[in-house]
Design a protein. Sequence first.
Length: 227
Amino acid sequence: MWDPVWEKVFTTQPWGRYPGEDLIRFVARNFYNRPVRADTRFLEVGFGTGANLWFLAREGFSSSGIEGSPAAAALARERLDKECPGWDKMAPDNHIEIGDMVHLPWPDESFDALIDSEAVYCNDFDESRQIYADMHRVARPGARLFVRTFAKDSWGDGVGELTGHRRYVAVSGPLAGKGMSRFTDRDELGELLGNWRIDEVNLITRTWDAGGQTIREWIVEAHKDQA
């Protein structure tokens, strides 16, 4: 469930304008060879200010998204309309929604690829399982999933108010002031993703404070079984 603290975050601080390298690699490796890119449909949950949607539109793919923050959605739509004119006409129902990612407003088997780039981690474990299950529902057979999520022992894990399984209101590090954050153990990924078939899991790390603190994130790629 969306935390309203993010409305303040999106309206009071600069936000990234470009996708991460791992997301670009995922798209390039799996979809750059599609003969008609506009026929490949992406869905991003919790798209923030829309850097990934912008990238996908610029690369010629169809893309939709859902975001809880009206301010973030407005910024994303403004950029898409300005820099990627016609992005919302590449597929009949290509659009962005303001809403709760637990219940996706798209029909079954709508998308070829789905993205969670550090969005679902804000939800508790059971809600996160529901989100990934609904992402699986709207995925076409053979569709691919990209997940970037904070890992156990990342800076902020175990510090602050405990609000659920490995979920804290972080009081230090980059997640401080950004509401609730869940940190995932490697052994939990299979249960978390449910019917998604995990293909690859990588741990990426970077340090802050002259090496005194470490950010740890899982990069997960998975797929939905063919019918």
